[in-house]
Unconditional design. Sequence first.
Lengths: 325, 325
Amino acid sequence: MKPPVHIAVTGAAGQITYALLFRIAAGDLLGADQPVVLRLLEVPAAMGGLDGVVMELHDCAFPLLHGIVTTDDPQIAFAGAHYAFLVGATPRGPGMERKDLLQVNADIFAVQGKALNAVADRAVKILVVGNPANTNALITLRNAPDLNPQNISAMTRLDHNRAVGMLARRCGAPVAAVQRVSIWGNHSTTQYPDLNHALVDGVPALEQVDETWYREQFIGEVQKRGATVIAARGKSSAASAANAALGHMRTWIFGTPAGDWTSMSVLSDGSYGIAPGLIYSFPVTVSNGRYAIVQNLSIDDFSRRLMRDSEDELKSEREAVAGLL
Amino acid sequence: MKPPVHIAVTGAAGQITYALLFRIAAGDLLGADQPVVLRLLEVPAAMGGLDGVVMELHDCAFPLLHGIVTTDDPQIAFAGAHYAFLVGATPRGPGMERKDLLQVNADIFAVQGKALNAVADRAVKILVVGNPANTNALITLRNAPDLNPQNISAMTRLDHNRAVGMLARRCGAPVAAVQRVSIWGNHSTTQYPDLNHALVDGVPALEQVDETWYREQFIGEVQKRGATVIAARGKSSAASAANAALGHMRTWIFGTPAGDWTSMSVLSDGSYGIAPGLIYSFPVTVSNGRYAIVQNLSIDDFSRRLMRDSEDELKSEREAVAGLL
């Protein structure tokens, strides 16, 4: 039996994690031969609810689940962690300004970044899911100077999967036939879901859908999908977010398929003229646990404008939390 | 690519199904090479919420998910279904007597049994999860005379898994070391979780735990575990129930491991003196998709009394719904 892998998850009593933890424990992340230890972080007020989640994890009798640690101390949660899902974040409350929201979350992720820097496994892969995810990831990265920036990313996989699903349905094709969808920018309504390079059954997607649908419907529907789901369910996306987190991390570990790529929010190196130092979503390939931003894609003026809009939003978010960088 | 398997799920906008559907679509039920079509049944009032769940299923871009049908008509939901998870049931409302609860659910399962009888695949495997599960399964069975009674069962796998987990923790052993736990009777607080035949690391469990713990603590904790989880979470067990439903169905399809058994509520054939015709939880082995009640276990007076108590409860439930049998 392999030694267990330690997986830290924050916001562990929340809705997304409730959809995530049981799949990790069942083997959906690392496979049916890899034992895991779950290291669950919550705020003190949520520890009672977390106890209930732990009971249910025990009640599954998962053979792969070799241990559960619960704590409100990031130094304990992240000790020796090989993977960290940073899901917990403070949602926008009544009367809270956007700047306040950024600040309160920045404080959380500064603490967690420092703790990861101090105690996590040196090769820890960190995925930030909690919103504002890109800027939270930036705070984490800047507070973890001893970790490789390659190992810190934010999630735009849910947006990517939404775009893949919408395109497949539009074309009447199976989702497996869709390749090379790209999400650029921020995980927010300014993101740019780009079909210019996408293929369906190996044929350019934009030869199979009309441009009006793409520009005037598809882009907005992907950008606002979260709100659409809330309107229907009365709750924000949880199972699909958890699934995207699993998918993001699996791709990061096991790689992208030949001829395809995924979307990850990672540290900009200046590719495509995006300001270096932002956590920005790019199309990436992954191999041997390392991502590489896809290079040399042609970017038309329409795309350029949307990519810049989202970049500008990320710059303004960065300014709002400059004190912690 | 194999042709898709049709999986019907009722109560499809509920909490247990929310934890179940995404795992089915990810391949946790039938494996990574088996496409599925989800056939989702809900009551009209819940169709809006179900739309939101369907959006999230789409937003996962599951390669195995070849179709989703949503309906409030059992004749559509069950058409050609190869597997049916009957999760939806009416919970006990304020001022509702136990007899009222039995009756309102009996009405639901009578309709569903008739629909399954009429339109499901002839080899459909039906798992009743919605409570009172055993009696609901009995109603289903009696309203589906053209289906093989072998193919209708109710879930005591959650109780089984809870007992396995508790015994493993008591012994400081991994859950994989626990075998031959048995749940007898009704999926209710009268159930009897039996360790007389259980093994931990191949050694009788009752040689490794003291009898006082077994009789005065373990049995009650398994029986009342659902309430304990509700007290901690503020909600009833959902992810662990969904996991048990997957486990039950997987074992039913793929079989029990050599030397071990599971617990399923199935039609009593009079084994162990239990009244024939009740849906009662027994230890069973499964091979080639068919269960067999484990025979010739020694039953001491203590066990016999608890087995009878739960049998008596099931008899009284049957009387309460006699008009539909």
